[in-house]
Design a binder for this molecule. Structure first.
Ligand SMILES: Cc1cc2nc3c(=O)[nH]c(=O)nc-3n(C[C@H](O)[C@H](O)[C@H](O)COP(=O)(O)OP(=O)(O)OC[C@H]3O[C@@H](n4cnc5c(N)ncnc54)[C@H](O)[C@@H]3O)c2cc1C
Length: 465
């Protein structure tokens, strides 16, 4: 038998635990050092809790629109309302259960889980300090994977107090529905929470520093979403940069840089994330960090220090749980000599869990507009789809990008209910370099929303090509 490789993973989120599973599968001796609970922020505070909250919000929104489908749901006084205590208790229970499932799986696969804060002592040694005190443990490693994630960004002038001024990690401790929630930041996280709380019956103001919501996403999709937000009674303040947030008793005042003030009962800060890379001995071990503190990695997750890999939000490559997990797996496949393809961001599909959802894969409209890629495109509104009409769905579209000449699909956007599921066929096409004709020729169920994906692909067919 060959020599056993010792792998130490610092951070137990998707970047860390997925890597640990691969390393264990490939026969390594693996220890995960984690400070806050397996599953990381993804499971305990970010992705899983927010999507659980959104599941409740979706149901509320559907009930709200049930009248159009002929269902009587009562007037405003006895209509549906959210019991936020129960919603939040469910969110937290589900997150903890998911975390313990992950811990159980790791243990069963023979991975050692160490509760503590890890730091590097050179590139081949990790020191773990238990959270509640106790003796430090030093772990010798042939390879180290840093997957410590990121934390909500706050400002000197906008400090969360956990009661009225909140980060996205703190909203699940609210015990009553906010009267008026001011969401600062209109990126994916801000838009998702604004959409969810609006559906739960909260008066929401969304403060966006740019001229539209979701500045990083497809502009046509963002426009649909902003229209829906406004139609549902949300106040969307564009070109409004927050200067400070101050609490005064039961109210919060968000002051904008142009002097305007927005007063609400609660404020949610969605200002992006900062990497957790400080004080971990990274630079001392030869790991190069960017100016913003992210660990610099190549496409097989190698850092500048030999034997030290990094994955997930601490690298800032693309802050998604799916990407973190893939970076972690790639690191271990690479280190342990398995077959590995470098990370290809153009194959990543992602979703904004607003109502409607916005799902994307491959090349984006921004890249098309900047001339980075030459495509033919088609945008097909969902409103013409028979299933959409039956379900009372009016908002949304399918957009596809294909290379001229070959017709190979290189990207797509779906806006609509469950767009996160609908994008998968486009994602397969992009991953496997299928042509629009190939996507169009596969049967879809009639009637179905996916019929619009096939129809869009059919419209990209050019006679004679
Ligand atoms: C509100 C919100 C919603 C999101 N929704 C989605 C979504 O729907 N889909 C999606 O794909 N992505 C989503 N994301 C992004 C996703 O949560 C992150 O990309 C993902 O958590 C990154 O995983 P990670 O392993 O890099 O880090 P994390 O999940 O942050 O895990 C890192 C872990 O390491 C621990 N740690 C940190 N420092 C140390 C140390 N020194 N020693 C030991 N342990 C340490 C941390 O405490 C944490 O537990 C969302 C993010 C936010 C903020």
């Amino acid at each position: 038998m060959g020599r056993v490789n010792h792998v130490v993973v610092v951070g137990g989120g998707p970047g860390g635990y997925e890597a640990a599973l691969v390393a264990a599968q490939l026969g390594a001796d693996v220890t995960v050092v984690d400070s806050d609970g397996l599953g990381g922020s993804a499971v305990l505070t970010d992705c899983v809790p927010s999507k659980t909250l959104i599941a409740t919000a979706e149901l509320m929104a559907e009930i709200g629109e049930a009248g159009e489908l002929g269902i009587r749901v009562g007037d405003a006084a006895d209509g549906p309302s959210a019991d936020l205590n129960r919603v939040n208790a469910r969110v937290k229970d589900l997150a903890l259960a998911q975390s313990s499932d992950i811990e159980g799986r790791l243990t069963r696969e023979g991975v050692r889980v160490l509760r503590g804060r890890g730091r590097l002592d050179g590139p081949q040694r990790v020191v773990s300090t238990p959270a509640g005190g106790g003796a430090e443990e030093t772990l010798e490693a042939d390879a180290v994977l840093v997957a410590t994630g990121a934390a909500p960004r706050t400002l000197e002038t906008a400090q969360p107090d956990g009661e009225r001024i909140l980060t996205w990690e703190q909203v699940y401790d609210l015990d009553e529905v906010p009267e008026h929630l001011v969401v600062v930041g209109s990126g994916v996280t801000g838009a998702e929470f604004a959409s969810a709380y609006n559906a739960l019956g909260v008066d929401v103001t969304l403060v966006s520093s740019r001229d539209r919501v979701l500045p990083g996403e497809d502009a046509d999709a963002a426009e649909v979403l902003e229209d829906v937000f406004k139609r549902r009674g949300m106040t969307v303040l564009g070109k409004s940069r927050m200067q400070s947030v101050v609490r005064d008793g039961d109210s919060v005042t968000v002051t904008l840089t142009d002097g305007r003030a927005v007063v609400g009962s609660h404020c949610l800060l969605a200002l992006g994330s900062v990497p957790k890379t400080v004080g971990m001995g990274l630079e001392e071990a030869g790991v190069v960090l960017s100016d913003a503190g992210f660990v610099e990695v190549d496409r097989v997750s190698r850092t500048s220090a030999r034997g030290v890999y990094a994955a997930g939000d601490c690298t800032g490559v693309l802050m998604l749980a799916s990407v973190a997990a893939m970076q972690g797996r790639i690191a271990m496949w690479h280190y342990l000599g398995d077959a590995v393809a470098p990370l290809d961001l153009r194959k990543v599909s992602s979703n904004v869990f607003t109502a409607p959802e916005i799902a994307t894969v491959g090349w984006t409209q921004n890249q098309v507009d900047s001339g980075a890629v030459d495509v033919e495109s088609i945008t097909l509104p969902l409103a013409g789809n028979a299933r959409a009409k039956m379900q009372g769905v009016r908002d949304g579209f399918v957009k596809l990008f294909a290379r001229p000449g070959t017709g190979i699909l290189v990207g797509g956007v779906v806006v609509g209910p469950r767009a996160s599921e609908l994008i998968h066929s486009v994602s397969i096409a992009v991953a496997e370099s299928l042509t629009a004709d190939q996507l169009a020729h596969a049967f879809t169920v009639y009637p179905s929303m996916s019929g619009s994906v096939a129809e869009a692909a059919r419209r990209l067919h050019r006679f004679g090509s």
